[in-house]
Design a binder for this molecule. Sequence first.
Ligand code: SAM
Length: 335
Amino acid sequence: MKLEDSFGRTFDYLRISLTDRCNLRCFYCMPEKGIKLFDRKEILVLEEIEYLVYFFNKNFGINKIRFTGGEPLLRRGFEDLIKNIRKHVPDVDLNITTNGVLLKEKVKFLKDNNIKVNVSLDTLKEEEFRKITGFYSLKNVIEGIDYAISLKIPLKINTVVLKGINDDEICDLINFAGERNIPIRFIEFMPLSGNGDWKNYFISEEEIREIIRKKYEIMSYKNEAIAKNYKVYDKNGAVRFIAQIGFISTISNPFCNICSRLRITSDGKIVLCLFDKKGYDIKKFLRPQIKEKELIDFLYRTIKLKPPGFKELKDKFIDFGKIFNPYVIMRKLGG
Ligand code: SAM
C-alpha cells in the first residue's frame, strides 16, 4: 500500500537525519552561539533506523532513502548501519547528503555499498569556506570529491547561492563540476531563519541564470520532478559543452504539488514539510518494543495532515521567523 495524503500525493522518498551534530558551522544554517543538541537517549539508535528503512520499504514501497543530518558521516556506527541495511534490504536506493569533510576516508566504503553521494559545496576559495563554515576544510572536501569520482561513485554537487557571498563564484563552480563531469545544482536559499538576513542573501533561480548567461549559453535539458536541468555551453556557437546544471527553486518555483518526500528527524519525529516545524513522534512505536501495526495506522492518519503547500506557509513563516532558529529547523528536519 502506498502512503497517500489528502491531496493525492504519494510518498516514495524518505530522508532520515542520522544525527543533529555537525563538523561545520555554516553561518546561514547554525547560529553563532551554537545549538542545544538533542539528549543522546532521544536519538534513534542504529537498530531503529535500520528497522525504519525496512519498515517503509516493506509496508509502503519506499525504495529511496537519503541519510542526512547534521552531518551523516559523523554518526557513530554509520558503517554498521549501512551493512545491516544492505543485508536486509539489499536493493534499496541509498543516498547521503554530506558536507564532504569526512568523505575521503569513507569513499571506499560508500563505493562498496553502492551509496550515491550529494556533496554540499558553496565556494572554491579556502578563505571563503572558512567564512561560511567556520573551518579551513575545503581541501578535504575537494580531495573527497576527487577520490569519489576516481572510484566512479555517482556524485552531485549542491550549492546554496547567497547574494554577496558566493554569487561571484557561480561560473567557477560550474567549471569545477564540468571539469569533473558531474552535475551541479543551485539551491535557492530558504527562509528557514526568517530573521531578516534571508531577504539580504536570497537570489532567485532567474537571477542566477542571468549571471550564467553573461558567460555561457544555457539550454533546458531533461527536467526531473524537482530539479530543473540545463546544459551549459560555451558562448561561441554553443559548441563546447561545459557542464550540466540544475536548479532547486523552492522559493521562486515551489514544487509542493509534487512533493513526495517524508522526513524523519534524528530524534524520531516524522516531519511532513520542510516549512512545517511540527514533528510527529514515532519513537513511541519503536520503544520499548516495535508496534508495527500501530505505526502503520499512525502513519496513514498522520500523512493526511501534510499541508497543501509552501505558498500557504511562506508568509506565515517569514513573519514567525524571528522566533525560529534556522539551524534548529534544519537540524530537526535533517536538511
Ligand atoms: N551536513 C550535510 C551537508 O552539509 O550536506 C547535511 C545537512 S545540511 C543541513 C543539508 C543541506 O542544507 C546543505 O547543502 C546546506 O547547505 C543546506 N541548507 C542549510 N540551510 C539552508 C537554507 N536556509 N536554505 C537552503 N539550503 C540550506
